[in-house]
Design a binder for this molecule. Sequence first.
Ligand code: DCM
Length: 136
Amino acid sequence: MTERIVVVGAALLDAGRLLAARRSAPPELAGRWELPGGKVEEGEAPEAALMRELREELGVEAETVERVPGEWPLRPPYVLQVWTARLCPGSAAPEPLQDHDALRWLTPTEIWDVDWLDQDVPAVRKTLPKLTTGAH
Ligand code: DCM
């Protein structure tokens, strides 16, 4: 069995800040912070999955900007891939609608103030330069 399921995560950037979302479930992940996202469905493009997940979880319209190079193993068969993303003009502000119970926009100096999921840490580290240069 070589099945491999991609979980997409968004490094959502706005005005030089990165959005972190605190998980409310499952119990072993609750209270930890993540890049919001979720599983790519069969036949779905990863970037489309990410836009869908951000709409469902946060109520926002967002677009992907670029892939953060790399891929990080989660519990098999899942692997995490990350894209930087930005809010579309006119999008609502993000709200924790499902899966999360808190959101924070982190400036570069605040980025390590939250308890990120271990598996998200390498992607957050790679995203940090994009924040400090102000690029989106
Ligand atoms: N996951 C993760 N990091 C993320 C998003 C998700 O480690 N940034 C993990 C948590 C779940 C799985 O991927 O085990 C599926 O996520 P979800 O439950 O949000 O669909």
